[in-house]
Design a protein. Sequence first.
Length: 151
Amino acid sequence: MEKRIIATNKKAYHEYFIEDTYECGIVLAGTEVKSIRGGKVNLKESYAEIRDGEMYVCSMHISPYDHGNIFNKEAMRDRKLLLHKREILRLYDTVRQKGVTLVPTEIYFLGNKVKLTVAVAVGKKLYDKRDVMAKKESDREIDRRLKGAFA
């Protein structure tokens, strides 16, 4: 099946070290699916949490569908994620550790189903972010020099 990415959370890769990822289904209303097809979804400030043995994504913004009138749902409501029970329990044990959180990294269509990738993430400190930026800059400089030498 073809994977068609709708939105990615680039801020998550800047703010966190990504340890592991899980593919989840998501419970949506029909008008929300139509809005996602139009690309009107934002993952920037969203996070996932486990409540009562179920997993939810919070603060994910899906704009109301233009032609949806009474069937539109609230844009920032919590939405249930679909995972196996053993995966939820494993994630719950992982998240209980200090500094570990669940962050949505991308939302996409897999066939005609909407899927969400949730990452187990550890927050970066300011000096970690500086180290990553310095490494990227030095790699770019090396590539530039090598490209100039062989051109």
